[in-house]
Design a protein around this ligand. Structure first.
Ligand SMILES: Nc1ncnc2c1ncn2[C@@H]1O[C@H](COP(=O)(O)OP(=O)(O)O)[C@@H](O)[C@H]1O
Ligand SMILES: [Mg+2]
Length: 289
């Protein structure tokens, strides 16, 4: 089965893309989904750093420079999550060719259920490719006007290149009474709220241990939010404590219908899903981007 590719994007930096990518990816892997997270923020890479993988010699940088095979740049994360980090050196960034990213992602897509791409902030060329490749773009914003205004540009750009925004994750809400309300954020961006993740000091604590929040502090408020989002993307019900995950066929199809406008693809429908992905690959490779 071809992976569902989600690109985690924003306008502004520092809003929580990497945090969302790691925790959503780890939670999906915890649900038994074959999941890979990929650091497409090749300039300001820190996905690997959050998992203690910063000393890895082979990273996406070397793959994009044509010096290494992608298989050697994939590392094991928690819950069986696979991680494709970028290196942290400036030299490595300079040698990396962002155009090659399309090829790399294309070579991985068959092996996973979910691929999450941690996109760079802003609207640079290396940022456009992850948007073009995504089946769905998930915007991350903080409930403040600058973050939402910048996310609007990313949304417009996503739609200009014929990709689709699934919705928005509002991160770090609930700190002041003067912040934008969730409804206002959704209205300004004209998209669904997928999840609201509260400001949670345990995120910083987990980072100090180089572990995802959902593993280190599974019951903390932000963990619950990330796990709920993972369950909804996987078409599963959020498991109660000590309970097995339930994958109800009817529920999956209803959710899929609500999210994607179609039932979960069967064997024949899968071709159509693949074609969508390949079309976007072609667009990213040969024109328009
Ligand atoms: N919900 C949250 N509560 C508290 N701190 C958070 C939360 N989300 C992110 N952070 C912190 O904010 C900083 C930026 O987050 P990060 O995920 O690296 O953003 P981005 O990838 O968008 O630049 C990090 O130090 C992270 O630990
Ligand atoms: Mg980041």
């Amino acid at each position: 089965m071809t992976a569902k590719v989600y690109t985690i994007a924003s306008g502004k930096g520092g809003v929580g893309k990497t945090t969302t990518t790691i925790n959503l990816g780890t939670a999906l892997a915890g649900l038994g989904k074959r999941t890979i997270v990929l650091d497409a923020d090749i300039g300001m890479a820190n996905l690997g750093l959050t998992l203690g993988l910063e000393k890895s010699e082979v990273t996406l940088h070397e793959v994009l420079a044509g010096k290494a095979n992608v298989k050697d740049a994939i590392y094991d994360g928690p819950n069986g999550l696979k991680v494709l980090p970028s290196g942290i050196s400036l030299q490595g960034f300079q040698n990396a060719d962002p155009e090659k990213m399309v090829e790399v992602m294309g070579s991985l897509v068959e092996n996973y259920d979910f691929m999450l791409i941690d996109a760079p902030a802003g609207i640079s060329k290396d940022g456009v490719i992850p948007l073009a490749i995504a089946d769905e773009v998930i915007l991350v914003v903080n409930p403040e006007i600058t973050s939402v205004a910048d996310a609007m540009k990313t949304k417009v750009l996503t739609e200009m290149i014929d990709s689709n925004v699934l919705g928005v994750v509002i991160n770090r809400g609930g700190t002041t009474t003067t912040e934008l309300s969730n409804e206002k954020v959704a209205k300004l961006l004209d998209c669904n709220i997928l999840e609201v993740v509260p400001d949670d000091v345990n995120i910083r604590n987990a980072l100090a241990f180089r572990m995802p929040l959902v593993v280190k502090y599974p019951e903390s408020p932000a963990s619950i939010a990330f796990k709920r989002l993972a369950a909804s993307l996987a078409g599963m019900e959020m498991p109660d404590e000590d309970e097995e995950v339930v994958d109800k066929d009817g529920f999956v199809n209803r959710l899929s219908l609500a999210l994607f406008g179609s039932k979960v693809p069967d064997e024949t429908e899968e071709v159509v899903v693949k074609k969508g992905f390949l079309d976007r690959l072609a667009l990213a490779l040969f024109g328009g981007v």
